[in-house]
Write a protein that binds this ligand. Structure first.
Ligand SMILES: NC(=O)c1ccc[n+]([C@@H]2O[C@H](COP(=O)([O-])OP(=O)(O)OC[C@H]3O[C@@H](n4cnc5c(N)ncnc54)[C@H](OP(=O)(O)O)[C@@H]3O)[C@@H](O)[C@H]2O)c1
Length: 341
């Protein structure tokens, strides 16, 4: 068993109201707990900074328990097994799963923890991007929720982000015409030049009706599919541009996550009646049994050079909060990752 004298951990001290601030957290040094039979000590190398963490910081009911106060901030991570009392996870193996923003985590295989091959599609951080939860979200969201047919038109919102950039590329590989919405001219340029989108719309500074008009100009016949990551006025504008029998995959509502006045909601729901359209929530946790299928597909596309993956790696556990806040400022490119060691 490795001898570890102390463990840096980012603890939640109080529930954020609006954008999280430094006083909501505390970086502490704690002694390592005893490793019980059947448990594994994971040395976290990289933690995934996901918008979902903002939801887990709230007390509101969700698909997972809120992070308890005074517990470390939960995160999907990659690390190596530093010590093990479980025969299927020998010391030295690399793992991917739900741990926390801390140097070392005690993990149990009955939670979400998988062995990974770091040499499969290097660098190993791909297990937090294309081969990780966002890759599975994009692949399964497009393939098994949106179920596109070649020639259909898909709108992707939050299109330049970790999920959105992969969604657009998977949709293109499925034969769709793909239009992305993102913040700023530079991100829109990347959508077309780097990720292969057919058209891009910069939503910044546009009113809902201006955004709706820009969508209509990009897709005069409307959208067969909307992959929604943002919500609010962006979703409302998209709802005004649905085709008959369109489907909307609701993946996230990031524009609401820091709202101090509660959910913003969609106001143009009547359009679902007008267009006999359907809207369906999408949760990556429902696709645990399809992880291998999604990883195989994404790994093959990476190897064939038909998938572009961007990762932004921020350095150090002490920078966890400013790094995390990039998700809400949009000041990152691709999958946002925190290096712990
Ligand atoms: N349902 C699931 O199981 C599941 C799984 C993974 C992710 N998700 C969801 O997928 C979405 C994208 O996640 P990600 O990890 O790929 O993050 P990301 O897109 O890499 O980063 C978030 C992006 O959202 C945009 N954004 C932030 N605040 C905004 C606001 N107030 N209004 C409009 N846009 C805003 C920014 O892009 P711009 O600069 O373009 O504005 C930012 O770059 C999130 O909604 C997340 O919750 C859901």
């Amino acid at each position: 068993v490795a001898i570890v004298e102390s463990n840096r951990r980012l603890l939640v001290r109080r529930r954020p109201v609006g954008l999280p601030v430094a006083a909501d957290f505390e970086l502490v040094r704690e002694p390592m707990p005893e490793l019980e039979d059947g448990a594994i000590l994971v040395r976290n190398h990289f933690c995934s900074l996901d918008p979902a963490i903002r939801g887990w910081l709230d007390a509101a009911p969700s698909y997972i328990e809120p992070i308890p106060l005074n517990a470390p901030v939960r995160a999907i991570s990659i690390g190596h097994v530093a010590a093990s009392r479980h025969h299927e996870f020998p010391a030295g193996d690399w793992v991917f799963g739900m741990t926390a923003i801390e140097d070392y985590s005690i993990a149990r295989p009955d939670g979400f923890l998988r062995r990974i091959d770091p040499a499969r599609a290097p660098p190993v951080t791909r297990y937090l991007s294309a081969l990780g939860a966002v890759g599975v979200t994009a692949y399964c969201g497009v393939t098994h929720v949106c179920k596109p047919r070649a020639g259909e038109t898909m709108l992707v919102t939050g299109a330049a982000g970790a999920v959105g950039s992969l969604v657009g590329q998977v949709a293109k590989l499925s034969g769709c015409r793909v239009i992305g919405v993102a913040g700023g001219a530079e991100k829109c340029r990347r959508l077309i030049e780097r990720y292969g989108f057919d058209a891009a719309i910069d939503y910044k500074g546009l009113s809902e009706s201006e955004l709706s008009a820009a969508m209509a100009a990009a897709a005069p016949d409307g959208f067969d599919i909307v992959f929604e990551n943002v919500g609010g006025t962006v979703l409302d504008a998209a709802l005004m541009n649905l085709k008959l029998h369109a489907r909307v995959a609701l993946c996230g509502l990031i524009s609401e996550y820091n709202s101090k006045s509660g959910p913003v909601g969609a106001r143009n729901l009547w359009q679902l009646v007008v267009k006999r359209a359907r809207i369906e929530g999408l949760f990556t946790g429902d696709f645990l049994d399809r992880f291998a299928e999604a990883q195989d597909a994404m790994a093959a596309w990476l190897e064939q050079g038909c998938l572009v993956v961007d990762e932004q790696i921020e350095e150090g556990i002490e920078n966890a909060l400013p790094a995390f806040l990039r998700l809400f400022a949009g000041t990152h490119q691709g999958k946002l990752i925190l290096r712990i060691v």
